[in-house]
Design a protein around this ligand. Structure first.
Ligand SMILES: Cc1cc2nc3c(=O)[nH]c(=O)nc-3n(C[C@H](O)[C@H](O)[C@H](O)COP(=O)(O)OP(=O)(O)OC[C@H]3O[C@@H](n4cnc5c(N)ncnc54)[C@H](O)[C@@H]3O)c2cc1C
Length: 412
């Protein structure tokens, strides 16, 4: 995406690069490359310190308008920022859910009071967020949300269970879709509440994933409280707001990942050369297809950018999600085939957490390729599964007939 870069964008790229080079050094030199899929708990405190360091220099929330504490970067500049960040080996960000999902939602739909209360701590990385959508019976079928919230004087009381809640243990707040109109069903009667996580009414239980780590959790609300004003949009408007948040999730936030993907691809190609797997014509064929996939994703990203620049990302962003999720999962499979039998052996077994209990199990000692393979199984599920993306593309991009079910179940 570097061809045709305007002088202003070139200057912005140089500014980002200089700052990262100058600051991912000294006390933060060791932060390079920390965290990431399957390594979510790695050096969390150090990564948080780094994020606060970035915030102090004005490098968080770069795409937010200046009046809300951002840098007012254009879409192109946001992509430049993410590219340079990946090239510099910046550690995985700890508050991407606040910065990329909740923040833009509050900017678009929140009240002035909510903007004043919630945006500055996201910009400063002082408050971390998690996303409380999925439930045991509401994933793709999000409209089946059963978690209830009831207004009791000056606060809401929340009861129910969320699941697969990423980074809930680290989060200070959760944006939760709750049913606030008793007897309502499906998309009606839902509200978008902001719930503090650190209170007695919230119980968080980590779920151990294939990688041995626990990026996501079960979250139980048992009389959890939040102020009456902590609702985005009006009561009953939760579906509309929740869908807008998903639009942000599938939009700009994912555009910067191209650099990381290219680096992973080059790593697998290099591995194939070193192991001799490259002599296998089938492996060569898959590498070639994978490379073509990279180029297709690059072009898709440009198209998505155009949609984002014209307003909110359209349903075309589902094409990007479908393509990158599938591509990344296949790259993980290719990496395993290139590794051969060696890919089956972990360097160490999982053990109990430091407290000896189950709070945070120690991860398996996996190499990068094993981690890529295991974590990328989830790429075609989270942020809307492949099947759901295909439904959206079929119906809203291609204009094909809707799914036959009278009461549609697909999220989005
Ligand atoms: C790593 C990871 C992190 C996550 N983080 C979060 C988070 O932070 N917060 C949160 O709220 N959720 C999170 N999720 C949950 C995620 O959004 C759901 O897993 C996803 O929406 C799918 O829902 P489900 O798991 O209930 O599967 P289901 O909806 O039960 O789907 C099961 C299968 O049926 C298919 N299917 C379902 N409906 C249809 C349909 N109408 N047409 C065709 N096929 C269909 C699906 O594609 C899938 O293959 C996370 C998931 C993962 C893997």
């Amino acid at each position: 995406m570097k061809q045709n870069e305007s002088p202003a964008d070139r200057a912005f790229r140089a500014e980002v690069r200089d700052w990262l080079q100058g600051n991912l050094s000294g006390e933060f030199a060791h932060a390079r490359g920390l965290g990431g899929p399957g390594r979510e708990h790695e050096a969390f405190e150090e990564r948080l310190a780094w994020e606060r360091h970035m915030a102090a220099a004005g490098w968080t929330c770069v795409g937010w308008p200046r009046e809300h504490g951002g840098r007012g970067a254009t879409v192109e500049q946001q992509v430049i920022f993410h590219e340079e960040y990946a090239l510099a080996g910046g550690p995985a960000r700890v508050n991407h859910i606040g910065e990329n999902l909740l923040g833009p939602t509050i900017i678009a739909f929140g009240t002035d009071e909510q903007r004043a209360r919630f945006l500055p701590p996201i910009v400063a990385a002082r408050e971390l967020w998690c996303q409380g959508y999925s439930e045991p019976n509401a994933g793709s079928d999000l409209a089946n949300v059963q978690t209830r919230a009831e207004l009791a004087g000056d606060h809401w009381l929340v009861d129910g269970q969320k699941v697969w809640t990423s980074l809930a243990l680290e989060a200070d707040w959760c944006f939760a879709v709750c049913r606030t109109e008793p007897g309502s069903s499906r998309h009606k009667g839902l509200s978008y509440l902001l719930v503090p996580m650190r209170q007695d009414g919230v119980d968080i239980r980590p779920i151990v994933q294939l990688t041995g780590t626990s990026e996501f959790n079960e979250v139980f609300f048992d009389g959890a409280r939040t102020d009456a004003g902590n609702i985005v949009g009006a009561p009953g408007e939760g579906w509309r707001i929740a869908m807008a948040t998903l639009g942000f999730e599938r939009g700009v936030a994912t555009l910067g990942q191209q650099v990381g993907f290219r680096r992973e691809f080059e790593g697998v190609a290099d591995l194939a050369r070193r192991t001799g797997a490259i002599d296998d014509p089938l492996v060569r064929d898959r590498l070639t297809r994978s490379y073509m996939g990279l180029e297709i994703m690059r072009l898709n990203a440009v198209r998505t950018m155009a949609g984002v620049a014209a307003g909110a990302p359209g349903p075309e962003s589902s094409i990007s999600k479908l393509v990158w999720g599938t591509w990344h999962r296949e790259l993980g499979e290719l990496a395993m085939d290139v590794l051969g039998a060696a890919g089956l052996i972990a360097d160490g077994a999982p053990g109990a957490g430091p407290d000896g209990g189950s709070a945070k199990a120690q991860p398996y000692d996996l190499n990068d390729w094993q981690r890529l393979f295991l974590f990328s199984r989830s790429d075609t599920i989270y942020a809307g599964s492949n099947e759901i993306q295909r439904n959206i593309i079929a119906e809203r991009v291609l204009g094909l007939p809707r799914e036959p079910a009278a009461d549609r179940k697909a999220r989005g």
